[in-house]
Design a protein around this ligand. Sequence first.
Ligand SMILES: N[C@@H](CCC(=O)N[C@@H](CS)C(=O)NCC(=O)O)C(=O)O
Length: 322
Amino acid sequence: MTDIVLHHYPASPFAEKIRLLLGYKRASWYSVEIPMMMPKPKLMPLTGGYRKTPVLQIAADIYCDTALILDELHQRLPDPLLLDEAKLSDIALAAYADSSLFAASVSWAFQPSSMADFFQGRSDDFVQAFLADRKALRASSIVPRPSLGQAKDRLELALAALENQLSDCRSFVWGTSPARADFSLFHPLWFIQQAKSVAGILDAYPQVGLWLDRMRAFGHGQPQPISADEALALAAQSTPLAIDNHAKASLQTAQVAEGLQLDAWVEVKPSDYGLDPVRGRLCFADSKRITIAREVEGLGLLHVHFPQAGYQLSVCKHAPDS
Ligand SMILES: N[C@@H](CCC(=O)N[C@@H](CS)C(=O)NCC(=O)O)C(=O)O
C-alpha cells in the first residue's frame, strides 16, 4: 500500500469525515497540517488552485473533495462492512448532509455566542483574517448561508428524522454497518459538538447521541505528522498511477463532441462555492471522476482527481502557463 497523506487541519469538519473513515479502516497515514485560510503555498503546487480542505495525496496522485476521497480510500482499503455498491439512497443522503445540513451546522455553530469556542487563544487579527477569508470564499457562492433561524429549523428537521431512523436500535443509518451517509451526517453534527455553548441543540435526540458516540469510537487510525515539504518530496519522487487505455476509452461521445477530447486543455472547478479553477490536460473522465494531468516545476507530472458530481469541466480558451 502506497503512503496515504492527508492535508488538513484539526478544526475542519470535512477533514473529520475522512479522519474518521481512516479510523474505521484502521489505517496508518501521514498527516500534513495546512493553514485554515489562504494563502496555502505548499498545497497549491499539488492541487493547482483547489483550496478546500481536506486533500488526499497518494504519491503523485492528488484527490480533491471528500466524496471522491471516500471512494478512493474505500477502493484502496477495502473492507466487507462499508456498503460496497453505492445505493442511490446512500449517495443522495450523503450529498444532502455534505451540502444543506453542513451549511446549517456552520450557521448554527458560528453564532456570536459560540465564536469563542473556536477562537480561544487566537489573536483578533487571526479572527478578522479568518472571517475575511471565509467571506471571500463564499463571495461567488451559489448557495447562500442559511440564517440562524433557518439553520435551527433545518437542524431540527434533520435531527428528528435521524432520531426516527435510528429508533429501531440499528447501529448505523442503514443497518449494522456504516455507509457513506453515516460519515457525511457525522461531520456537521461533530462540528456543532465543538461549539460547546450551542451544542445543547443535540441533547433532545438520545439515539443520535449514541450514534455519534459509536461513530466517534472509530477514532482516527494511526496518523503520523509530516511536514508539507516532505509531502512535496513524496510527490516529486513519484509518478501518477497509470490510467489504462480501456479506462481512457470510456470518455463519452457527448463529451468529446463538446471538445473534451483526451489531452485537451481543460479547467475543473467546484459548482457550489470556492470556485477556483484548476487547469491541466484531460486524461480521464467517467461517470464518477475527472482526472487532469499537470506538469509542475520541481514536482514533475501530477494527476489531480475530482468527482464528476458537483464540479464543472470545460475546455480552456487559452493554454495555461503551467
Ligand atoms: N465539497 C468539499 C467541501 C470541503 C470544504 O468546504 N471544506 C471546508 C473546511 S471543512 C473548506 O475548504 N474551508 C476553506 C478552507 O479550508 O480553506 C468536500 O467534500 O471536500
